[in-house]
Design a protein around this ligand. Structure first.
Ligand code: ZN
Length: 113
């Protein structure tokens, strides 16, 4: 507690509900006020269509979690930071859009390698 300093304050938007987040980043890399999941790639519609037509296979993320992963890896044109406000993190009421869900899955898949 003693030498915990605030490194910076970030103004972000919740990627799920769009609410503004005021996140505080401490010098021990802990973040308060928001949950940061990392950068998520954004895909053009044509890339998503290609991916949709490529078919999918099952992939194990963990022992108990299996997801369908598309065979085609879409190329991203940009990245955005994926944040969730505390409410969406702890009490998810809204579902991410299908494109976001696919992007999140693709990101999880890449991390696994
Ligand atoms: Zn939210």
């Amino acid at each position: 507690m003693a030498n915990r300093k605030i490194l910076k304050r970030l103004k972000r938007k919740c990627s799920v509900c769009g609410k503004n987040i005021c996140a505080i980043v401490y010098n021990n890399r802990k973040i308060r006020g928001g949950h940061y999941f990392g950068k998520i790639p954004l895909y053009r519609k044509s890339e998503m269509n290609k991916m949709g037509r490529s078919g999918a296979h099952k992939s194990k993320i963990s022992r108990t979690w299996t997801v369908n992963v598309y065979n085609y890896d879409p190329k991203s044109y940009a990245h955005f930071e994926y944040w969730e406000c505390p409410q969406c993190y702890w009490h998810p009421t809204m579902k991410a859009s299908p494109i976001q869900q696919a992007a999140i899955k693709a990101t999880l898949k890449k991390r696994k390698r």
